[in-house]
Design a protein around this ligand. Structure first.
Ligand SMILES: Nc1ncnc2c1ncn2[C@@H]1O[C@H](COP(=O)(O)OP(=O)(O)OP(=O)(O)O)[C@@H](O)[C@H]1O
Length: 642
């Protein structure tokens, strides 16, 4: 058997008692939300690592953008030569050669830029995909309260909104940033080659760009953040008024409701006007810088050409080289806002990874989790589990389990039974990897990812599809639907289908809507008609586990907290989850125990009996006592301090 490489912690199911990372890791700043935001150095390290792993493609991008910038210089150089040719009275064939050169140069530049952008887009998408996987895998190890605190839906907003912000910036801004960067370097080089004074004159625009960009960035985050807040408040007021129409009408408060909507709409408009003003101020700085640089180049060129050190054609080339920077530099400066948003998004994403880094679950296990999901179901390898002389004590109470030895054969189900506080959940959590044994070993037949489902009920905010995909980020709609059906959550299928249709509609809408105003909430996923009851919440938790497709499942009283009316549905879901897997379950009802291949009786932190149900019934001991007492539920609500 292979020693457990540190067990994972499916986020959606971890109990409060084992929340190990409520502190931010060093270097990560705790945000107002539960999850930390990574420090810039951490973000840089993650991005550089990702690029280093793809250094071939990164080098290709650099070479292509460099080529594009260099080829782009051919056009102004040829135009300068044409000016000189005309001045010197060159013939038409000579001038046509320069025209052809300019055409070839622009074609070459466009081709190289296109190829560079293509490779870059693939690279960015690839980096993002692996980042998103890392974030999901990390989220799997985070405690449920951290994953979603019921208020802010922080994790879901990170893996959707932040990934989108980074993807947007990666797709649109990164090519602009790179081409502008290379264009600036190559152009300054070209101007220097013509005459260093011309390069210096061109650089006179830099202070305007720097001052304008700094002023913009200082305010943009606040202003555009405020715009978003005010827009949300306006939408909220509209929604409240519409949803509460009957109450508003009954109380005769229509005027107040309308006034509130009007106030918030005006607030929102004021915010947007402020945003437009901010952009206009930036425009002024950019245009001022461009005018200054161009005038400086022309003036310097005039002096130089009068002195005979450069030709008029060369000055023309210099002016055109400078002019061709207007587009990319302007785009770059206006893209700063997106870059900033992407940087914040990245810091929030890396924050999730950093938060999970302290959880005692190794990264390799997350990789295992993904591997186990990618296996075709028929090829799932049943995995045995062996605990040898395992001891674990809670530092705060000194209680726990000791000397636990237990062999779970591949594909079998083991029930842990015992009175309250006897140590059943502790054994389950040790196998799940939530607690590292202070002595003894937990070993699996082969590296695997046990999936832990607790009795804790947690209704995720956000869409059902997203909440299921926490266990399997790349799962398609059909897989999500299959998991829901397997868990008997047929009721959720129409919602998930509507959610993904609405997401597609949103994507199409945002593709059509180039930065325009879309109706608030347009395409929002239809919400369920009623809040989820505990039975449905637990069915979703089990569907999530089915989607994760683990080889070993640990069920810690998964049906304990659902009401009697939901028990049958949840137990049916549990039966589907258990199929063809190795299962360790904490039983709280005798009826569940008879379904186990092995029953393990725990008392006072130790295993006191184990065997099949029939064997244990035949022998005297705690188990037959339980049956004789026929207590229902099995776990007496007694003693045991926590
Ligand atoms: N987070 C914790 N911190 C300190 N002590 C704990 C903690 N969790 C459990 N214990 C103690 O460890 C012992 C074993 O608890 P455990 O939860 O494993 O029992 P259990 O058999 O699962 O009980 P129940 O059926 O009530 O859940 C108990 O004495 C309990 O008080």
């Amino acid at each position: 058997m292979a020693d457990r490489p540190a067990a994972p912690l499916p986020a959606a199911s971890q109990p409060a008692a084992t929340r190990p990372t409520e502190t931010a890791p060093s270097g990560a700043r705790a945000s107002a939300t539960t999850l930390p935001v990574a420090a810039p150095a951490q973000v840089r390290a993650v991005v550089l690592d990702a690029v280093r792993l793809r250094r071939g493609r990164a080098a290709a991008v650099a070479v292509l953008f460099l080529l594009a910038s260099a080829a782009g210089l051919v056009v102004p150089a040829c135009l300068g030569a044409i000016v000189d040719g005309v001045t010197d009275g060159a013939g038409v064939p000579v001038l046509l050669r320069w025209v052809a050169g300019a055409a070839l140069g622009s074609l070459g530049a466009a081709g190289a830029a296109l190829a560079g952008a293509r490779v870059l887009t693939g690279l960015v998408q690839d980096v993002l995909a692996s980042l998103r996987e890392d974030v999901f895998a990390s989220a799997m190890r985070l405690p449920v309260g951290v994953v979603d605190d019921g208020e802010t839906s922080d994790l879901l907003s990170r893996v959707t909104g932040d990934v989108d912000a980074v993807a947007e910036a990666g797709g649109d801004v990164a090519p602009t940033l790179l081409s502008a960067g290379f264009a600036v370097v190559v152009s300054v080089g070209a101007l220097t080659a013509i005459d260093p004074w011309l390069a210096l004159a061109g650089l006179s625009c830099a202070p305007c760009y720097v001052v304008g960009a700094r002023a913009f960035l200082r305010r943009s985050r606040i202003v555009f953040g405020e715009v978003r807040v005010r827009e949300a408040a306006r939408s909220q007021a509209v929604l409240e008024a519409v949803e509460g129409m009957e109450t508003v009408t009954a109380l005769g408060e229509q005027e107040q409701a309308l006034a509130r909507v009007r106030r918030r709409a005006e607030d929102s408009i004021r915010g947007q006007v402020e945003g437009v003003r901010l952009r206009n101020r930036l425009f002024r700085w950019i245009n001022g810088g461009e005018a200054l640089g161009l005038v400086a180049i022309l003036a310097t060129g005039f002096v130089l050409s009068s002195a005979g050190s450069v030709s008029v054609g060369m000055v023309t080339t210099a002016a055109l080289v400078f002019h061709r920077l207007f587009g990319p530099v302007g785009q770059l400066i206006f893209g700063l806002d997106d870059i900033q948003r992407a940087a914040i998004g990245l810091a929030r994403l890396v924050g999730v990874i950093e938060a999970a880094a302290d959880v005692p679950a190794a990264r390799q296990v997350s990789a295992d989790a993904e591997t186990s999901r990618q296996r075709p179901p028929g090829e799932r390898r049943p995995t045995g589990v062996e605990l040898r002389d395992v001891t674990f004590r809670y530092p705060t109470s000194g209680r726990g389990v000791s000397g636990v030895t237990l062999l779970v054969h591949p594909g079998t189900a083991v029930a842990l039974v015992g009175t309250s506080g006897s140590g059943k959940s502790t054994i389950a959590r040790v196998v799940a990897g939530h607690h590292e044994p202070s002595s003894g070993t937990v070993a699996f037949d082969h590296p695997t990812t046990p999936y832990y489902v607790s009795q804790e009920l947690h209704a995720f905010r956000g869409s059902i599809g997203d909440s299921l995909r926490l266990a399997a980020p790349e799962a398609g709609d059909d897989e999500v639907v299959a998991a829901l059906l397997a868990a008997g959550a047929d009721w959720a299928v129409p919602t998930v289908v509507a959610e993904s249709e609405s997401e597609r509609a949103d994507e199409n809408a945002s593709a059509d809507d180039a930065g325009g105003l879309s109706a608030p909430g347009a395409g929002a996923a239809p919400q369920g008609t009623a809040p989820l009851d505990e039975g449905r919440i637990q069915q979703l938790a089990i569907a999530r586990a089915i989607l994760a497709d683990p080889e070993v499942v640990i069920l810690d009283e998964a049906t304990a907290d659902v009401g009697l009316q939901h028990r049958a549905a949840v137990e049916a879901a549990v039966t589907a989850l258990r199929r063809d897997r190795t299962v360790i379950f904490v039983a709280h009802r005798l009826q569940q125990v008879v379904t186990a291949d092995l029953v393990v009786v725990v008392a006072d932190g130790r295993v006191v009996q184990q065997g099949t149900h029939d064997e244990l019934l035949r022998s005297e001991g705690a188990y037959s006592d339980f049956w004789q007492a026929s207590a229902e539920p099995l776990v007496a609500e007694t003693s045991a301090p926590r």
